[in-house]
Ligand binder design. Structure first.
Ligand SMILES: [Zn+2]
Length: 67
């Protein structure tokens, strides 16, 4: 069993796999929506989407390739 704290209300959640918690990493749909709402609020202020090139670089790094 693993344990995480709900990022919103700090309640403990015990789970074996992430898919056991439909609202992961939140304890409930309510916490998820509240937190997501706050996050979207932030996101609207950020107007710099990750470029395709940046994503390719990341993929390369993960595979350990040098070009
Ligand atoms: Zn919660």
């Amino acid at each position: 069993m693993r344990r995480i704290d709900c990022p919103h209300c700090k309640r403990e959640i015990f789970y074996r796999m992430v898919k056991d918690v439909p609202t992961f990493p939140f304890c409930s749909e309510r916490c998820k929506l509240v937190d997501l709402g706050a996050w979207l609020d932030e996101a609207y202020r950020i107007e710099e989407p990750a470029s395709a090139e940046a994503l390719r670089q990341l993929e390369k790094k993960e595979r350990g390739e040098n070009g």
